[in-house]
Design a protein around this ligand. Sequence first.
Ligand code: ZN
Length: 124
Amino acid sequence: MGSIRRSKTKRRTRDLDQVHGDLSSEITVAKLKNQPLDESKPGLGQYYCVECAKYFETDFAEVVHRRGKNHKRRVKLLKEQPYSQGEIDAAAGVGVEKYFEFVSKYEEEKKQRQEEKSSSMQVE
Ligand SMILES: [Zn+2]
């Protein structure tokens, strides 16, 4: 029993909201992609998938991983926003008005982005 629990925590990578934090800053992403050589990490820490918080031994292994099912599933999950403090408060009945404001703003932004996307596709 103990061994099962141990392997679970061993394989545990960063939580989605943590990765979301990593991806929100270009500087962090650049840092993670260009890590100093580290003997304690697979592939000396040179082949890292930011989305999955995973190291790979070789360039090839990373490329294969990026094409794989697990990576794509992870990327899809990361497209959704992690829970914000506003949402947590609203669930508890605090600051609900503020939360609805935030949601309508977010929906608007999303619509705008989609419109931009479709208009740029028409140009091509
Ligand atoms: Zn990945």
